[in-house]
Design a protein around this ligand. Structure first.
Ligand code: ADP
Ligand code: MG
Length: 628
């Protein structure tokens, strides 16, 4: 509990003791009123102030207003009827505050458990200066600096290991508990915890662009994007509270008037005013107002604990309605780490062809480029490469040592007017043209991700009825991958723009209620990620553009997490609707009972606080998603 909450607890205890003690007093009249005023003000002064401010600002229809009117009204009635029963007003305030305290503790608790699991923000980076290690603000470390990460420390900035070997605990980022072994030359991302050895890391990004900063930004901004259910509650409250106040007024005024005209309805003014006040207490919408955002917040928190970053509650809502999942191939269903299988029809030495390939590809971040550079195995001398053009979905052209070189698929060769030789091997074929002449092709092949097949099966089990693969790669490879994974439809040899067109076609074919998710990793997937109802990006290997454009980011690139994300969202939305129906249902019943005079103010406040506590506890369930 924080200070404010402790103070509130103290107020509750004091007011309760005073109220209980006063129960035995025999003092009558104004003195009794004055005595009861003490616990009432102790417990309720802030509510009265808030209500007064609300009236002054003409934004009066809130919970404080309802509570203030109801309790002041109850006191006025007790004075008027000379019953001296002020306990009720004090008790209503008291229980209301108990509810508020509980709610603020619950919100704090869930916030804390989310930030604990998101406790990935590094406080410093170690830089070597004059032989000694110095702790500096990660913000001040320039790209290309060498930092030292000791065992037990968080990796503060993304980079490449230049010296040392260790295992990294990535669980805070990916939910994956198996440590990842890294050695010299491996890329590592910030936010992991170094467990065993000292690592020297050359930073490849600034702190602000590093994985940790990106993730923290996402999580911090997630709750600002409201879902339709939350909008519904806001709109609901805007209409609901004034409507209830009007109904209460009618309840207080109309029946006694009607009685005047001889309808035989019971009782006098004060009975109906009392019922109207009870009605106001019952109507307080706090259970809804607090539990809905809390459910989404917990759902997003639970998902991030599993390595699924959801950028807003609205996306959680859409995700729960996902019926069609469209995949990109390279980097999404396959690892995007190609091995060179063969070099065919080469007019020049095999080694020379691969060298040319590595050189033209030297600036590209496409998985194919990275793989070709790896196959070359030596550092690439960038200064030999000029005039680079990358054509999305086709390949790259550049000048190497002043000679025009092109590497890419059949489309690229056609564009350049270079006759090429078809290859019969199944694999991704990189045709090469040097100085306008066909120079042969490199056959590379990719490996399907370990969980890809299970991921498709799990999606089907989770109620997704159509899976589609879109790829820029050749038809033969695409068909083979799709068949081995059990994907329903395949479209191959697509340019980035064709992918958008295909997704638009698929969007048209489905109904409004079924949502389409696109999962991708590349820069050229960004437009499709935006166009789909929901965009899911691979966060570890995926390009920044894709991560930016996506609504959901999978931290460990594991396609299994797609069905997990869908299940998490379903659970969360289930909880949201349970709370909405439960809270409104109980309210309606109590309102009816209150209007009929069956429920009194005591019952009303118990119902209100009780519903809120149950709804909040239910909301917190959304945090627990490990077993889904
Ligand atoms: P996917 O849809 O499978 O992720 P892309 O749209 O990124 O694939 O690329 C489609 C095809 O375009 C590749 O299979 C390859 O033939 C060619 N291509 C794209 N970029 C490059 C590149 N940098 N070098 C060589 N070929 C490329
Ligand atoms: Mg791709």
């Amino acid at each position: 509990m924080n200070k404010k909450q402790k103070r509130m607890l103290a107020r509750i205890v004091v007011a309760f003791v005073l109220m209980a003690g006063l129960h035995f007093t025999t003092v009558e009249g104004w003195a009794r009123f004055a005595l009861y005023l003490v616990p009432y003000l102790v417990i309720g002064y802030d509510i009265l102030i808030k209500a007064a401010k609300g009236i002054k600002n003409r934004q009066m229809f809130d919970e404080s207003f309802l509570m203030a009117v109801a309790t002041v009204g109850a006191i006025a009635l007790a004075l008027y009827s000379k019953s001296g029963d002020y306990t009720e007003a004090v008790a209503v305030m008291l229980f209301y505050q108990v509810g508020e305290l509980f709610q603020s503790c619950a919100v704090d608790k869930s916030r804390r458990s989310i930030s604990e699991l998101m406790d990935i923000r590094p406080d410093y980076a170690n830089v070597e200066r004059g032989g000694a290690l110095e702790k500096v603000d990660p913000d001040e470390v320039a790209i290309g600096s060498v930092i030292v990460v000791q065992p037990g420390e968080k990796v503060p900035i993304d980079g490449v290991v230049v010296d040392g070997a260790s295992s990294l605990n990535t669980s805070a980022l990916t939910g994956e508990s198996v440590p990842r072994d890294v050695k010299q030359g491996d890329e590592i991302i910030s936010g992991c915890i170094n467990m065993t050895g000292v690592l020297k890391v050359r930073t490849t990004k600034e702190f602000g662009e590093s994985t940790v900063s990106k993730i923290l930004d996402l999580v911090e901004n997630a709750s600002s994007r409201k879902s339709k259910s939350e909008d519904f509650i806001t709109k609901f409250a805007r209409v609901y509270t004034p409507a209830v106040c009007a109904a209460a007024l009618a309840l207080a005024v109309l029946p006694p008037l009607v009685r005047v005209f001889g309808m035989g309805l019971p009782a006098a003014w004060d009975t109906w005013i009392y019922r109207a006040l009870t009605f106001l207490v019952i109507s307080c919408p706090c259970a809804l107002v607090i539990s809905i955002p809390l459910s989404f917040f917990a759902g997003i928190g639970g998902a991030s604990r599993e390595g699924v970053l959801v950028k807003g509650s609205n996306y959680l809502e859409t995700l729960s309605q996902t019926k069609i999942v469209v995949f990109d191939k390279t980097g999404t269903l396959t690892k995007g780490v190609f091995e060179v299988n063969a070099v065919h029809h080469n007019e020049m030495a095999q080694a020379k062809l691969i060298e040319y390939a590595a050189l033209v590809e030297s600036y590209s971040s496409h998985p194919i480029s990275k793989s070709l550079r790896r196959a070359y195995g030596r550092p690439v001398d960038n200064s030999r490469v000029t005039e680079i053009t990358e054509i999305g979905g086709e390949g790259v052209t550049a000048k190497v040592d002043g000679v025009p070189v092109a590497a890419g698929n059949a489309k690229l060769m056609t564009r350049l007017g270079v006759p090429y030789i078809n290859c019969h091997s199944v694999g991704t074929i990189i045709h090469m043209a040097v100085n306008g002449e066909y120079a042969g092709h490199i056959v590379i092949s990719d490996v399907v991700k370990p969980h890809a097949k299970e991921a498709i099966t799990a999606l089907k089990a989770a109620g997704v009825h159509k899976t589609v693969m879109l790829t820029g790669d050749a038809k033969a490879v695409a068909d083979q991958v799709a068949a081995s994974l059990g994907i329903d439809q395949v479209y191959a040899e697509l340019l980035p723009a064709d992918k958008v067109a295909k997704v638009e076609e698929l969007l048209k074919m489905k109904s409004e209620k079924e949502k389409l998710a696109f999962t991708g990793d590349g820069i050229n997937d960004a437009p499709v990620l935006r166009r789909a109802d929901i965009g899911i990006a691979m966060g570890a290997m995926g390009s920044d553009a894709a991560i930016e454009a996506a609504d959901v980011v999978l931290m460990d690139d594991d396609p299994m997490k797609i069905s997990k994300a869908v299940k998490i969202s379903r659970k969360c939305l289930g909880i949201v609707w349970q709370n909405i129906i439960f809270a409104i249902g109980v309210k309606l019943i109590c309102l009816a009972l209150g209007a009929l005079g069956i429920a009194n103010m005591w019952l009303a406040i118990f119902a209100d606080v009780g519903v809120m506590i149950i709804a909040v506890l239910n909301a917190i369930r959304a945090l627990f998603v490990k077993k889904l």
